[in-house]
Design a protein around this ligand. Structure first.
Ligand SMILES: Cc1cc2nc3c(=O)[nH]c(=O)nc-3n(C[C@H](O)[C@H](O)[C@H](O)COP(=O)(O)OP(=O)(O)OC[C@H]3O[C@@H](n4cnc5c(N)ncnc54)[C@H](O)[C@@H]3O)c2cc1C
Length: 408
């Protein structure tokens, strides 16, 4: 029997895994089974240009249909996998089909955290994770419509920015007392508060959503600070890793499918990559779960290498980005546990960098706001967590590498 690698989950990591498997020389059968009816696609534009109707759907695809044909990939799209039998090396689809595999790669991604509040299932209350979600939102995403965004994190704020550009009226309700509080320091939050207020977004910070009102269709959001009128609600309050399938099959899971640095799960012939995993990061000395394109792509490459018999550990400085208006936020490293920040440049100029320090002034993470050079340099520097000269670091004219003390 020929070797079959089955990839379950047809998202960004799956698309990259297929590309890398063939690039690294895998000649066997590849079966790609994804629940969504689309070719593997990139999600970032869903809360940006694609939502605004400025990008064709085909432009989201990691590769065009012809690529999968050329690379002999058997696609089973619109097919949910219901269960895995690791002992018999079989999987069962929702259509009742049984498929066999020798090795399995799980790229199941994550699912949105849903609100369990009165009125949360009214028409017009939306979440944003997939092309179909965007298609459900777009008919109401029109100039003049009243949009309430629940959640002042990346996705909620990107939606708010695009909505203002399209001409919607926008309220953002956030429980914390500042924006993106989970990932950035107060200085960066304040900058984004100013950006959104200047664009006409009404921010309701320190405010909880208590429910939604309306007759069949939502027309108001009930908050701890009063009611907000709404034609449309978009909820962005975080995601949960998709682990149910793996856990039911007996794979170790702990807020993510547990994998090692080669993307191998607790079963030697089952691998996992992307949002659904919890993996070790040797640079940070701990296990992480990440929700980013960079993680999905790099871990998929590692998994493909492992499947091709190569040992290529996944050791990367995590990085992320967010586009809001004409401001690009690029984050390198994870700032959790920082002791102080140094701001390079004047936030009022629109471009500045925040350096997070810990452990006697070692560089821990960097948020670059319209400062791509600092971001590119920080990504490289962070692998060594260098100690910095604080006075030089604070001077935006001094390149980041020159503010780091070599060999210290
Ligand atoms: C609106 C939005 C904006 C984003 N913006 C950014 C950004 O600016 N920068 C950034 O770095 N990241 C961003 N992200 C995050 C990034 O898109 C994810 O980290 C990335 O998609 C993860 O890829 P993945 O392959 O692990 O999972 P996914 O792309 O989520 O793919 C998983 C796939 O598996 C399928 N699946 C799940 N269970 C089954 C099953 N049982 N059977 C079959 N198929 C199944 C799902 O339907 C899904 O299609 C954004 C995400 C969203 C939703």
């Amino acid at each position: 029997m020929s070797d079959t690698v089955a990839i379950v989950g047809g998202g960004h990591a799956a698309g990259q895994a297929v590309v890398s498997l063939r690039q690294y020389g895998y000649e066997g059968r590849i079966l790609l089974i994804g629940e969504e009816p689309y070719l593997p696609y990139q999600r970032p534009p869903l809360s940006k240009k694609f939502l605004a109707g400025e990008l064709e759907q085909e432009r989201l695809y990691v590769k065009p249909a012809q690529f999968y044909e050329d690379k002999r990939v058997e696609l089973r799209l619109g097919t949910r996998v219901e269960s895995l039998d690791l002992h018999a090396r079989r999987l069962q689809t929702a259509d009742g089909e049984t498929l066999e595999w020798e090795r399995l790669l799980l790229t199941l991604g994550s699912r949105v955290r849903m609100l369990d509040l009165p009125g949360a299932t009214l028409e017009g209350v939306h979440y944003l994770r997939s092309i179909d979600d965007v298609r459900g939102i777009q008919p109401q995403f029109r100039a003049g419509a009243r949009l309430v965004v629940v959640g002042g994190g990346y996705i909620g704020l990107e939606v708010a920015a695009i909505a203002r550009q399209v001409g919607l009226e926008v309220d953002v309700v956030e429980m914390a007392d500042r924006l993106m509080a989970r990932v950035v320091c107060p200085e960066v939050s304040a900058h984004y508060r100013d950006l959104h207020e200047a664009a006409g977004v009404r921010l309701h910070l320190g405010t909880g959503v208590q429910g939604f009102g309306g007759d069949r269709r939502v027309d108001k959001v009930v908050t701890s600070a009063g009611d907000l009128s709404a034609d449309l609600v978009i909820v962005g309050v975080g995601i949960l890793p998709e682990t149910a399938l793996a856990a039911a099959a007996g794979l170790d899971c702990d807020d993510g499918i547990c994998v090692d640095e080669y993307a191998v799960t607790s079963h030697p012939d089952v691998l996992a990559a992307g949002d659904c995993t919890r993996h070790p990061n040797a640079l940070l000395g701990r296990r992480l779960r990440l929700e980013s394109v960079h993680n999905a792509l790099e871990q998929a490459r590692t998994a493909a290498a492992t499947l091709c018999g190569e040992r290529r550990a996944y050791v990367q400085v995590p990085w992320f980005w967010s586009d809001q208006y004409d401001t690009k936020l690029q984050i390198a490293g994870l700032s959790e546990g920082y002791e102080r920040v140094i701001v390079r440049g004047d936030p009022a100029s629109g471009g500045f960098t925040v350096c997070y320090l810990h452990d006697e002034d070692r560089l821990l993470a960097v948020d670059a706001v319209n400062a791509p050079r600092d971001f590119m340099q920080a990504k490289k520097l962070l692998a060594d967590r260098p100690r910095v000269d604080v006075a030089r670091l604070a001077d935006p004219q001094v390149p980041l590498p020159d503010a780091c003390r070599v060999g210290d």
